[in-house]
Design a protein around this ligand. Structure first.
Ligand SMILES: *Cc1c(COP(=O)(O)O)cnc(C)c1O
Length: 496
């Protein structure tokens, strides 16, 4: 454990910064946290052979000691509630507290997925209402709420595409075209669905290059997976022609909707010719986002894919909400429940708060904020693709490279200056990428302080004061970690 923090011999706490040993290092000799009476005689059991031979290695800690351990660790975290979190592609926006209260209402949070339909009409109604809103916002014909994350939505969308092609007698189509700017989950989902991917090289402007696309359109093409705005934060202005070309070649177009925050209420992917779109509700419509979950990835579909939607799903029969469990051409069930209900309650609350007349403000403000950051930084950081950006702005370290400073140094220095770094080295099509997504929920003051920090780093670099950048971060409890070793040789088990 290397640390600068002064610990004292009396407690783990030193000043206001807390050093925190592992739970096992805290532990007393004997387990104190468990106060169950010993077993008094026992009947023979078929499980006797599996009885422990040694004591379980459970740290001996009292409840307050355990709680303090985890609360201290939680205070090492940077979250959207502790500061600006401009992680591009991830849309780390503030999650309104009222949505948390709504999701926790006992009538919503304490129902069981297998309860009889007539006892959960309220929650079914809210989910049905959300299905309608997501369908309208995305511009499609229907939606499934079952997928549990964006990546899961990708798999479900591709499964529907697979089944649709099979129904057309086109079993041999297995090629999925993926632009080189795509998120890594896109090719992974295609592979999981039994297809193979071919990477499409982006044009000089970071967009899909039509000539390059045409080269790959043949009788093997099952689908094109595309993100719009793409991961470089620019709008695919040829989108209609792209969809037409893929359709003419007999394939379908899958939309990765992770960047819907740039479009919501302003433009609809369904109107642009795509066949389906997953929506990362945790990136666009509330839900605390991070740490890998929870989230949800509903998939909206057009008429071509509608027959293949998963079951169960909710339909309305007069005034009654019904769960449909069978549908002739459905791909079947992709989750053991209707969907991530708590996440959907937040999404419903979020969309209702804006309403039909104001929902476009989300996208407008997100795009405005990103362009504000771009305009303040574009003279000191290299901008790979010219023009206005959408909801995130892309910079590179090209101008800092000549002083030996890299994206990683800039990102680490931001930590010292009080900000979570932006997304680094993604998208892969740009060398030394820095992808900054401020979202609509940040004030001009916050954006200004972030931009000031970025300008200070650039100035430090110009002044030749580069050692401070290579040493960063010096303020947090953990300094610069060996991320390569951590990724290649992770130590996942605590050892004495
Ligand atoms: C976040 C993201 C995904 C994956 O979504 P999850 O909900 O994290 O599974 C896919 N594509 C893009 C562009 C993303 O930003």
């Amino acid at each position: 454990m290397s640390t600068d923090v002064q610990t004292n011999k009396y407690s783990a706490t030193s000043g206001i910064q807390q050093e925190e040993p592992l739970l096992f290092e805290h532990a007393h000799e004997a387990p104190e946290s468990i106060s169950l009476p010993g077993v008094q005689g026992k009947a023979p059991s078929s499980l006797d052979a599996f009885k422990r031979k040694t004591a379980a290695n459970i740290p001996g800690l009292s409840e307050p000691e355990t709680v303090r351990h985890f609360v201290r660790l939680s205070q090492w975290n940077h979250g959207i509630e502790t500061g600006f979190y401009p992680l591009g592609s991830c849309t780390m926006k503030y999650n309104p507290r009222v949505n948390e209260q709504i999701a926790r209402l006992p009538g919503l949070a304490h129902v069981h997925p297998d309860q009889p339909e007539d006892s959960v009409q309220g929650i079914l109604g809210l989910l049905y209402e959300l299905q309608g809103w997501l369908t309208e916002i995305s511009g499609f014909k229907d939606v499934t709420l079952q997928p549990a994350a964006g990546a899961h939505g990708e798999l479900v969308g591709l499964m529907m595409i697979r089944k649709c092609l099979d129904a057309r007698g086109e079993q041999s189509r297995k090629k999925v075209l993926v632009p080189d700017s795509a998120h890594g989950t896109n090719p992974a989902s295609a592979a999981l669905c039994g297809m193979y991917t071919v990477e499409i090289k982006s044009g000089a402007d970071g967009r899909i290059d039509l000539d390059e696309l045409k080269k790959h359109l043949d009788d093997d093409v099952a689908a094109l997976m595309m993100t719009n705005p793409n991961t470089a934060g620019t709008f695919e202005s040829d989108i209609k022609e792209i969809c037409q070309l893929v359709h003419d070649a007999g394939g379908l177009v899958y939309g990765d909707g992770a960047n819907l925050n740039a479009l919501v209420g302003v433009a609809r992917p369904g109107d642009m010719g795509l066949d389906c779109l997953h929506i990362n509700v945790h990136k666009t419509f509330s839900t605390p986002h991070g740490g890998g979950g929870p989230g949800a990835g509903p998939v909206a579909v057009n008429d071509t894919l509608k027959p293949f939607l998963p079951v169960p799903r909710i339909e309305k029969d007069g005034d009654v909400f019904k769960v449909i469990t069978e549908d002739e051409q459905s791909i079947g069930s992709v989750l053991s429940t209707l969907g991530q209900t708590g996440v959907y309650m937040r999404a419903n609350a979020y969309i209702s708060a804006f309403g039909h007349n104001h929902i476009h403000k989300i996208a407008q403000d997100a795009v405005l904020n990103a362009n504000y950051v771009l305009s303040r930084l574009k003279d000191v950081y290299h901008v790979p693709f010219e023009g206005l950006c959408k909801h995130e702005c892309l910079l590179t370290d090209e101008w800092q490279n000549k002083h030996g400073v890299k994206t990683l140094d800039i990102a680490k220095r931001l930590i010292d200056l009080g900000f979570h770094p932006m997304t680094v080295y993604f998208p892969l099509i740009v060398h030394g990428a820095m992808l900054i997504e401020p979202t609509e929920t940040e004030s001009k003051e916050t954006l200004d302080s972030f931009c000031d920090a970025m300008l200070e780093i650039a100035a430090q670099c110009e002044a030749g004061d580069t050692q401070a950048l290579h040493d960063a971060p010096v303020k947090p409890i953990r300094r610069r970690l060996d991320e390569t070793q951590a990724a290649r040789k992770p130590v996942l088990v605590w050892q004495d």
